[in-house]
Design a protein around this ligand. Structure first.
Ligand code: ZN
Length: 212
């Protein structure tokens, strides 16, 4: 069990597809524990194995004290649409609006191989979709038309878990992106998956939209 460095945008390992897990062995258990420790340390509400440099279909999500170990997860059903701010521990310093499904149903295995199905809507559903994207080598910036859609957020004071509750409460409330630009440290509390690491300047960010 260790807190490991999280790969950041530009590292080609973030673009590798996770391979199916076939052995539910000690190595897997260590990886799941490392994902949990690193996610909580960041702090964040989700982390996928490729973010630690392991191209395996393994991710963890923790929202409102509900921890999900997702081995070989896949979305089996989805419903509705939801547009909200999203961030990523691998892209520190930025958030952006991303349209996701409002609700998804995920089938996965836990660390000992037992199958389960879980439904997630709103914030939890977004977390599932974000982490499962990582297992396909996909990042939320791939949904953006231009880097200009990225909203810089100040470092410090960010706590993705506190954020999650806030997001849920204020889901019906409007969020003004202009306000976020004027007060970068104020509203990004609604952003998710955001780390407290050093911000990157936009120009230093390697922008590499994936051609699918
Ligand atoms: Zn991410």
């Amino acid at each position: 069990m260790s807190v490991l460095p999280i790969l950041t945008l530009g590292d080609p390992r973030l673009r590798l597809r996770g391979q199916p897990v076939e052995s539910f062995n000690k190595f897997l258990h260590g990886l799941v524990d490392d994902l949990i420790d690193t996610m909580r340390h960041a702090p964040g509400v989700g982390l996928a194995a490729p973010q630690l440099g392991e191209a395996l279909n393994v991710a963890v999500v923790e929202v409102e004290d509900r921890l999900f170990e997702l081995v070989n997860p896949r979305i089996v059903r989805e419903d509705g649409e939801n547009r909200d701010l999203e961030g990523c521990l691998s892209i520190p310093g930025y958030v952006a609006y991303v349209t996701r499904k409002e609700k998804v149903w995920v089938v996965a295995q836990n660390r000992v191989g037992r199958k389960f199905k879980v439904a997630g809507s709103g914030f939890l559903g977004r977390a599932f979709q974000h982490e499962l994207d990582h297992l396909q080598g996909k990042l939320y910036v791939d949904y953006l038309a231009s880097p200009d859609e990225l909203i810089p957020v100040g470092r410090g004071g960010m706590d993705a878990r506190r954020t999650g509750r806030r997001t849920r409460r204020s889901r019906s409330g409007g969020f003004d992106p202009e306000r976020a630009r004027r007060h970068p440290a104020a509203e990004p509390a609604r952003a998710i998956f955001f780390g407290s690491g050093p911000s990157q300047s936009r120009s230093s960010m390697r922008w590499s939209p994936r051609r699918s």
